[in-house]
Design a protein around this ligand. Structure first.
Ligand code: DC
Length: 222
């Protein structure tokens, strides 16, 4: 049976994961957060000191990544260990960003990502889903917001925490990551030609979830 595949791409901090998760829950789809897979490989590279391109390339064959779905919630298994709770630290973000620029790492995840989409109705979020992983997706969305808006959302999330960076620092970091994501040689972040742009700069969370859920329903009703 043909499954329904929705691709959601966009820059860091646009809310792809939380929005995809909410839409998936609404529609009983599986949400696949591909960033979490790169993060798990980043964690492996950190633990074994394989952060250099040559070392992660040489050892990528050892890295077993699996996703387990409990309801619509995704758990990432790294060589059999559930690492879901360990992949959101700044060190792992940095490691994920490094390993995700290595072609052998992307190649390693491609088959798994395609297989999950062929077996389930999915909302898959990442950077290259519409362009590379699911070029025939039923719907492609490029979810974005201005850098200033993304920085201010992040600042509001972090401001109660000790050592919260300033708004200006967060903005600089977001602009730097956008630049890196868009200018890397492999799978650079870009809007697929047939993707629908959803700019959430002046939209609330629920409004975005409703808009995207409605778009998916329209596609399902063909
Ligand atoms: O979305 P995120 O912050 O969890 O992603 C972690 C890192 O993985 C980030 O540096 C971008 C990269 N990534 C990627 O290159 N391709 C994807 N499909 C998803 C994430």
């Amino acid at each position: 049976m043909k499954t329904i595949n929705i691709a959601i791409d966009g820059p860091s901090g646009a809310g792809k994961s939380s929005i995809s998760k909410a839409v998936a829950r609404e529609l009983c789809f599986v949400h696949v957060d591909t960033g979490a897979m790169y993060r798990a490989i980043g964690l492996y590279a950190l633990r074994h000191d394989y952060l250099e391109r040559e070392t992660i390339e040489a050892h990528i064959g050892e890295v077993e990544i699996e996703l387990k779905f409990i309801g619509t919630s995704q758990h990432v298994m790294l060589c059999g260990e559930d690492v879901t709770d360990y992949i959101r630290t700044p060190e792992v973000s940095m490691a994920a960003s490094k390993v995700s620029a290595v072609p052998a790492v992307r190649e390693h995840l491609l088959g798994l990502q395609k297989r999950i989409a062929s077996e389930n109705n999915v909302i898959m979020d990442g950077r290259d889903i519409g362009a590379v992983i699911l070029p025939d997706a039923d719907l492609k969305i490029f979810l974005t917001a201005s850098a200033e808006e993304r920085a201010s959302r992040r600042y509001l999330e972090l401001r109660e925490k000790p050592d919260c960076p300033s708004y200006e620092e967060i903005l600089r970091d977001i602009e730097q990551r956008d630049y890196n994501d868009m200018h890397r040689d492999i799978a650079p972040l870009r809007q697929a030609e047939d993707a629908v742009l959803v700019d959430t700069t002046s939209m609330g969370f629920n409004e975005v979830v409703e808009r995207i859920t409605a778009m998916v329903r329209e596609v399902m009703n063909g």
